[in-house]
Design a binder for this molecule. Structure first.
Ligand code: EPU
Length: 423
């Protein structure tokens, strides 16, 4: 198995670019199924999730052609497919293909996605929205079977501004007859990017990025070439890598407006942050101060940055409080950070972090993607060597994280080791 070995104590300095966004690429790789002509996605991150999703499209008859970070998908010959339960469980957004496939094929069967280590993650808003659009949906034997002679426009209200449900229903509505409105829609940048992509294929959509989205269905979709924007969660992670090591890190080629929550909280903690139209630079020259964080739907503080931020605050002066409001159990990083010397009390979804002066290297295990990123950050700032196991989680969201961190002066290596016999 591979582990990441991190020798801590080096300040990260320099300028980097990040890859295209995982979550945008995954949303686009559901929506491509809507189009009968080939579509080219540029700047697609070469991570395990995008490969698996592309493979899943092939199971439904799509032709998929990678050329570096460009991916051309031809869904002209789409047909019924029977993906395994493992593949839908492995990447949750596989399930978000249900609507686009249904709109194209009239019927589709997909395994239920199931929960994961950060929470139960039900799909009730997705199912209810598709039903309002005329789908008949049954869940039997762990599989959803959906049928619809035609998909029609509907007025949909989401109980919570779910990013996935907004993206799924907005995409499906493009092939519906009539107008669909989605109220209490998610306002995440990933929703805006998806709407840009759908419009590039000929869809008519208004309001993406606000709480009310209107889709005028039934337009003819055509080929397009679309560049996946930079990954805002990677941006936040690497800015925090600069902050935790009291370094000086700039991330270029990004949309700074997507970093507002992270930037403001870093400033509140005492970091110096400069923004230009395409760059954010974070400099820290003294110990950060404790702050309070509450995760919220966009434009609130992103849940996906909560764990890396927790790692950063373990070394801040004073007591920080982080409240996770999106997921029930996004706290797998906590016991591992404690192994490294952090002083954290968990109470339900709240972490109370009493800042310590030093962390020390240890063998730690990533419980999920962002927990893994948090442990890498802690390792960069710790005394001695940290070994992070379960690198496959980190690989789901960061293309070769060791290269990016090394480019900034971190001492990070991927090393093959014998699997441990007893956990
Ligand atoms: N929810 C429901 N019912 C639904 C849908 C969602 O109760 O039908 C709940 C979820 O259980 C959760 C909340 O609503 O408590 C928000 O979930 P959302 O649907 O917004 O999440 P998602 O679309 O499944 C995407 C990202 C996540 C990110 C969230 C929130 C992708 C592939 N995943 O998930 O990214 O945390 O939005 O911004 O786009 C990550 O990258 O590490 C990651 C987990």
């Amino acid at each position: 198995m591979n582990v990441l070995q991190i020798e801590g104590g080096f300040r990260l300095r320099g300028e980097i670019e990040v890859s295209g966004s995982k979550n945008i690429a995954l949303a686009l790789l559901s929506a491509v199924a809507l189009c009968k002509e080939p579509v080219t996605l540029r700047n697609v991150p070469r991570i395990s999730d995008t490969h698996m999703k592309a493979h899943l499209l092939e199971e439904f008859g799509a032709k998929v052609d990678w050329d570096g970070n460009n991916l051309t998908v031809d869904c002209s010959g789409l047909k019924m497919g029977y993906p395994s339960e493992e593949s839908v469980r492995a990447i949750r957004t596989s399930f978000y293909m249900l609507g686009p496939l249904l709109a194209r094929l009239g019927e589709v069967e997909l395994p239920a996605p199931g929960g994961c280590k950060i929470g139960a993650r039900p799909v009730d808003y997705h199912v209810r929205g598709l039903q309002l659009m005329g789908a008949e949906i049954e869940l039997t034997g762990g599989k959803y079977y959906a049928k619809a002679a035609r998909i029609k426009g509907a007025d949909i209200y989401l109980d919570f501004p779910s990013a996935g449900a907004t993206q799924h229903l907005m995409s499906t509505a493009v092939l519906a007859e009539g107008v669909t409105t989605i109220q209490n829609a998610a306002m995440e940048p990933e929703v805006v990017a998806l709407a840009d992509f759908l419009r590039a294929m000929g869809a008519k959509i208004e309001g993406a990025g606000t709480a009310t989205i209107t889709v005028f269905g039934g337009t003819r979709l055509h080929s397009c070439s679309f560049r996946v924007p930079a990954d805002r969660i990677q941006v936040g992670t690497f800015l925090l890598a600069g902050a935790i090591t009291e370094g000086d890190v700039s991330v270029v080629g990004i949309m700074p407006e997507d970093q507002t929550a992270v930037v403001n909280k870093l400033r509140e903690a005492g970091a110096q942050v400069e923004e230009t139209s395409e760059t954010v630079r974070v400099r820290v020259d003294r110990r950060l101060e404790a702050i309070r964080i509450r995760t919220m739907p966009h434009p609130g503080f992103p849940t996906d940055i909560q764990q890396p931020m927790a790692a950063t605050l373990t070394l801040a002066n004073g007591t920080s409080v982080i409240e996770e409001t999106i997921y029930e159990s996004r706290s797998g990083h906590v016991p591992e950070l404690v192994r490294m010397g952090a002083n954290i009390q968990s109470e339900g979804r709240t972490s109370i972090i009493h800042g310590v002066k030093r962390l020390h290297g240890a063998n730690v295990v990533a419980s999920d993607l962002r927990a893994g990123a948090a442990l890498c950050l802690a390792g960069l700032a710790a005394d001695g060597v940290t070994t992070v196991e379960n690198v496959h989680y980190i690989d789901r969201g960061y293309e070769a994280i060791e290269h990016t961190l090394s480019a900034l002066g971190g001492k990070v290596k991927r090393v093959a080791v014998e699997p441990r016999k007893v956990r």
